[in-house]
Design a binder for this molecule. Structure first.
Ligand code: GRF
Length: 240
């Protein structure tokens, strides 16, 4: 009995999924996950971007056929993020929300997030998908959405968190890297890991080639994890 319990605790809390989990996962933490959706009742997603939006484009292509999630809003943290083009070409509401002109930096972040939050509410958003969104969300914002914000990071977390994951991986001379999809908490790339995918790092790889390789697997992994999350394959203690 003792052995069985230990094994169960190990499976549920200590192992980290290296690939898509095919089991229902119980995770620690006070994450309130989105409702269980289906192709007929898809989750309404907002995608937040800052840059080129290749991940957004991959997701929009994936959603060309019916999925249990649908992109209903696209937000960039500036009006000239090049990825906004993908949204503008679709029939999806697409907006750039730059930082408001407020000198106090903390107030500026809060106010910016408030502007974004207003749009999320207006569009009845149920899940926030960070896709190359380069701003760190405040705990005040995260607490409102905890369990309903996901991010993709270009490393095998907990290795190489932060804005320079590729540079750090090359510097560390790793032979394997990859990407991680995780729930967002108020730390930097510290939230609960949902899935990871690996690639080989070759001696001749540099930041640019590594970035390209990782983006390729990101574009496969992220939509698949969104499928699983949308159909209720992940459970948290808070969601029962
Ligand atoms: C991705 O590699 C993602 O992991 C990181 O930023 C990049 C976004 O690229 N957070 P893009 O804007 O989707 O092309």
């Amino acid at each position: 009995m003792l052995n069985f319990s230990f094994e169960l605790i190990f499976i549920l809390f200590i192992t980290k999924p290296q690939t898509l989990p095919s089991y229902v996962e119980f995770m620690e933490g006070d994450y309130l996950l989105p409702r269980m959706a289906s192709i007929n009742t898809p989750l309404r997603i907002a995608v937040l971007i800052s840059g080129s939006g290749s991940g957004l484009n991959a997701l929009l292509n994936y959603q060309r056929i019916s999925r249990p999630h649908i992109t209903s809003l696209i937000v960039a943290d500036s009006e000239d993020a090049t990825g906004l083009e993908y949204g503008l070409k679709s029939n999806i509401k697409t907006i750039g929300i730059p930082l408001p002109h407020i000198s106090d930096k903390h107030q500026q972040r809060l106010m910016h997030e408030e502007l974004i939050n207003t749009e999320l509410i207006k569009s009845n958003i149920e899940l926030i998908v960070l896709s190359g969104y380069m701003r760190i969300l405040t705990p005040e914002f995260v607490v409102k959405w905890k369990g309903r914000i996901v991010n993709i990071h270009p490393s095998l977390l907990p290795k190489f968190p932060g804005a320079n994951a590729h540079r750090d991986a090359i510097k560390a001379k790793v032979t394997v890297s990859g990407c991680t999809v995780h729930l967002v908490d108020s730390g930097v790339d510290t939230g609960h890991i949902l899935a990871q995918k690996e690639i080989q790092v070759l001696p001749e790889d540099n930041i640019k080639t590594l970035q390209e390789k990782i983006k390729k697997i990101e574009h496969e992994l992220y939509p698949e994890v969104l499928d699983l999350l949308s159909i209720g394959k992940y459970h948290s203690k808070s969601s029962g």
